[in-house]
Design a protein around this ligand. Structure first.
Ligand SMILES: [Zn+2]
Length: 109
C-alpha cells in the first residue's frame, strides 16, 4: 500500500469561499476605514493567501496483479479536518492473456 497527503477537495472549496469573502470585505472597506486599518486588513488577506491550505486528505492505495492473475485496485481517502471520506475499489478475477501459450523468448522472425 502506498500513501499520500493531499489537499481535501471539500476544504479547498471552503478555503476558496472564505478567501473570496475576505477579499470582498477588503474591497468594501476601501475608503471607509483609515489608511492604516486598510493596509493592516490587506496584509492579513495577503498573508492568508500565501499560507494556502494544508494537505489534510490522507490517501492510501494499492494497485497490482498477483500470481493467480487477478488485478486489484484499492483507494481510501479521508480528511482529518472535515471528515470527507471516499473509498473506491476494483477487482478483476483474471487479467486477459494468462492462459495463452507464452511466445518463445529471444526468437526473431
Ligand atoms: Zn476536508
Amino acid at each position: 500500500m502506498a500513501d499520500n497527503w493531499a489537499v481535501c477537495p471539500r476544504c479547498w472549496i471552503e478555503h476558496t469561499k472564505a478567501r473570496a469573502e475576505r477579499e470582498k470585505e477588503l474591497r468594501a472597506a476601501y475608503g471607509k476605514v483609515s489608511a492604516e486599518e486598510y493596509i493592516a486588513m490587506r496584509k492579513d488577506v495577503e498573508k492568508e493567501g500565501e499560507a494556502g491550505i494544508e494537505d489534510t486528505f490522507r490517501e492510501e492505495y494499492g494497485i497490482g496483479v498477483i500470481y493467480n492473475g487477478s488485478f486489484h485496485l484499492r483507494y481510501t481517502g479521508k480528511c482529518s479536518t472535515c471528515n470527507l471520506e471516499y473509498k473506491f475499489s476494483y477487482n478483476l478475477d483474471q487479467i486477459p492473456g494468462i492462459k495463452t501459450k507464452p511466445k518463445a523468448r529471444g526468437k526473431t522472425k
